[in-house]
Design a protein around this ligand. Sequence first.
Ligand SMILES: *[C@@H]1O[C@H](CO)[C@@H](O)[C@H](O)[C@H]1NC(C)=O
Ligand SMILES: *[C@@H]1O[C@H](CO)[C@@H](O)[C@H](O)[C@H]1NC(C)=O
Ligand SMILES: *[C@@H]1O[C@H](CO)[C@@H](O)[C@H](O)[C@H]1NC(C)=O
Length: 559
Amino acid sequence: MKMILLRKFRVLILMVFLIACSMHIMIDLLPKLERHGNSGCSCSHTPSEEPQSWGKQGWPNKHTLRILQDFSNEPSSNVSSHSLERIPATGDKTQALKRLEHPGQQLRGDRKRQFMQDAAVTKNLPVKGSRLSALYEHPLYRRALPTLTDEDTLFNVNTDIRFDPKAAEDQAWTGEGTMEEFSPTGELTADSYPNWLRFHIGINRYELYSRHNPVIDALLKDLITQRITSVAMKSGGTQLKLIMTFQNYGQALFKPMKQTREQETPPDFFYFSDFERHNAEIAAFHLDKILDFRRVPPVAGRLVNMTKEIRDVTRDKKLWRTFFISPANNVCFYGECSYYCSTEHALCGKPDQIEGSLAAFLPDLALAKRKTWRNPWRRSYHKRKKAEWEVDPDYCEEVKQTPPYDSGTRLLDIMDMTIFDFLMGNMDRHHYETFEKFGNETFIIHLDNGRGFGKHSHDEMSILVPLTQCCRVRKSTHLRLQLLAKEEYKLSMLMAESLVRDRLSPILIQPHLDAMDRRLRHVLNVLSECVEKEGYSYVVENDFRDHGSDHAHNGPRRR
Ligand SMILES: *[C@@H]1O[C@H](CO)[C@@H](O)[C@H](O)[C@H]1NC(C)=O
Ligand SMILES: *[C@@H]1O[C@H](CO)[C@@H](O)[C@H](O)[C@H]1NC(C)=O
Ligand SMILES: *[C@@H]1O[C@H](CO)[C@@H](O)[C@H](O)[C@H]1NC(C)=O
């Protein structure tokens, strides 16, 4: 009986594939037909069909220099910039997933290119006997996670990941259902999935990825070697960001280089008008990993050919139109956004290559919803107004009584994030996100770190205010910070060693690395003052005793 059902099911799947294939072919053909028939449609042309004299076409829509908008009422919405990742329609992703099951369709890879890519990635392998490996061998970096149940993993490999794309479209992903009986057996292990999908499968209640996960290294390599098949502008952001899709249907957020590594944020800039730095995104991923949080999605630096890998593959006419050739004969573009998207702020290559950071996408919001939370210590985003935490020294007491900070580990997660942000000088943490599936008992995702590493000559003590006001920290975090302050595990050295692995190395200039050592001492000083004032057992939350299932009952103590 089961066998018959199984066969019927296979036939059904086959039919769905056939239909999907013919639909893809039709979808691919449609724009071409349209182009022949109707030249009035300006929306879906592939730019490569346009005249090649684009550099001389005159300057499209010359933007006037924007007066920096007052930011005060903008990010007050409950949607953080990253929530806009839903923009690349779910349909794309599900189609992608369908296609993945037809590996034959993507075998038309360019061999020569593949060869060049492989040659370029072999450098920067981890060195045996390095400080970094010693750190990751340290007992503090070897603590096991609690046993994971289906409630603790974002996806259930046996049921969800047979990815029935239709189910994902029609209803919220429930993780249970009729597919269970036909869950894949032996030959369909997660090993056959692309690395981005394996990264998604590994996400759980406690971490975005595990410590010694080979998939993450493979994903980092994918980010810089996969062929870019399409590029779109990410709408909604204040600065230009591009969504890049790869040949294996993975996606990543591209932030182009806007500043050299030596430039510091000008002293009169507000933190909200500061540039987003590609190298800060890369460094933040490495710092987060060295701190053992593992709450930043993988980021890698890549040198992108602006002509071949952006202009020629984008279907976005608005983006395509902003390309021009500068007087110095470099390829430039500026895109569309609310800050710095004008010819005056164009991004120019050398002559056609531009550096940028590529951050792996988190699972599509249709598959794994996320909740956006306002940071209790968010800045006012107004040139004159002050936020409540700036004027009320007892602000933390208020926060501690407000859910979800009144129980569980959320407050301690905010403290971790505070330390992370202070070390890189990031003042722009207005919101944070969690995966909805895990409720309140989960880590917070450290997204959007591009405003870190702006100044190395200045330590912005106001970033540490949550810590000075609350005087709370996880014991595991505290011990790791102490370890990283020791000469043999010196944070700056570990960062330098970790960052050498990135293709765009050097990522940070030495003064930024030194600043992290200095800031780490500040954090430890704040914590010892707290211990002196409040007592060790009040300040340092022992998270070694119970981990996992009953951490919910172990809320922060109150006065
Ligand atoms: C918050 O999001 C919800 C649902 O997306 C929306 O209906 C609501 O208007 C948003 N609130 C604000 C303040 O933007
Ligand atoms: C970038 O791509 C263009 C067009 O494919 C090509 O002509 C050019 O040589 C490439 N530039 C580099 C530096 O590889
Ligand atoms: C999670 O936190 C919110 C506060 O934003 C609260 O309303 C909700 O009851 C909490 N859920 C649980 C299960 O504690």
